[in-house]
Design a protein around this ligand. Structure first.
Ligand SMILES: [Zn+2]
Length: 311
């Protein structure tokens, strides 16, 4: 939402409280309202019109918007066949937090408010403004998510060089999941630490929790190549011969796991479980402030892209 719209919404919400003395005085005096009782409303009219036009109830009224889009999105959320990351999936519920962030709404995917926000986003991105999540919209979202990652842009031309391991910094044992040795570039580690401090201050990390600890960071090209070879899987959606983990800027952050799965299991059930967690949703909303962006297919995989380089 644009800032002038936010201001308009804020003032719009003040409207009843500000007007209540005017109205209550009338009733207290037991006087009938004159034919001009609405005049005090007139100065608010431009704001009311602006709010109605811009979908000003963004955060507050998720029932306002295209109902047919809400119905279509509710139906496709767990049923639409898709394949945007090179592997078939059913439904787009997993991507809901990232989509909501991108289209700037707090409304759930099956609401009219979500459809309204999506329609606005589609219009701004040259797509038919239906408010209905379809494959074309999902592909465009994927493009935006991927292009936030310098690694993706660079690796289209060549696989980025790995840094000298001596130049990397070691995370503290308390920052490591299961006590693994975690190496990161100094600025990536600083960005991660600032983010964890903020999460802790906001009460998002329970005492003695391993939430947001790191279970994988820098991996040497030699190590990754050996692992690919052993697993006979080097060009899949989850394992690539040129991995962002070679850069020292990528980290896998522990966000829990569905019962019976490992924290980095790419099984759809595990990915959906993590995407619905409060820990992941906090990262989606806040990590960019600390220079971290998500690889949209893997909720645990985050890359430091530099503060100010992302939204
Ligand atoms: Zn990773």
């Amino acid at each position: 939402m644009r800032c002038e719209q936010r201001e308009a919404v804020k003032r719009f919400r003040m409207l009843p409280a500000e007007l209540s003395p005017v109205i209550s005085r009338r009733f207290a005096m037991h006087k009938p309202l004159s034919g001009l009782w609405f005049l005090p409303l007139a100065r608010w009219l431009p704001l009311i019109v602006l709010c109605a036009w811009s979908g000003g109830a963004e955060a507050g009224d998720c029932a306002v918007g295209p109902l047919h889009a809400a119905a279509a999105n509710a139906a496709s959320l767990t049923a639409m066949p898709l394949n945007v990351f090179g592997r078939p999936e059913t439904g787009w519920a997993f991507y809901e937090p990232l989509i909501a962030k991108e289209i700037d709404t707090d409304c759930a995917a099956d609401t009219a408010g979500f459809g309204r926000a999506l329609a606005r986003w589609q219009s701004a991105h040259g797509q038919p403004a239906s408010g209905i999540l379809n494959i074309a919209t999902l592909q465009r979202l994927k493009q935006i998510w991927q292009e936030q990652r310098p690694f993706v842009l660079e690796s289209r031309h060549h696989c980025p060089d790995a840094p000298a391991e001596q130049s990397l910094q070691r995370a503290l044992p308390s920052e490591s999941y299961g006590g693994k040795a975690i190496l990161l570039s100094a600025d990536a580690l600083a960005g991660y630490r600032a983010m964890v401090v903020a999460a802790r201050q906001e009460g998002f990390i329970p005492p003695r929790s391993q939430l947001y600890s790191i279970f994988s960071a820098y991996r040497s090209p030699t190590y990754d190549a050996a692992r690919c070879e052993a697993q006979h899987n080097c060009q899949g959606v989850v394992r690539a011969s040129c991995s962002p983990h070679r850069t020292g800027y990528a980290m896998d952050i522990y966000l829990g796991a569905a019962p019976g799965f490992s924290p980095d299991s790419s099984a759809d059930a595990n990915r959906l479980y993590i995407s619905r967690s409060a820990g992941y949703r906090w990262l989606v909303r806040n990590a960019a402030r600390f220079g971290l962006v998500n690889y949209a297919f893997e909720p645990w995989h985050w890359e430091f892209v530099g503060r100010g380089a992302s939204r």
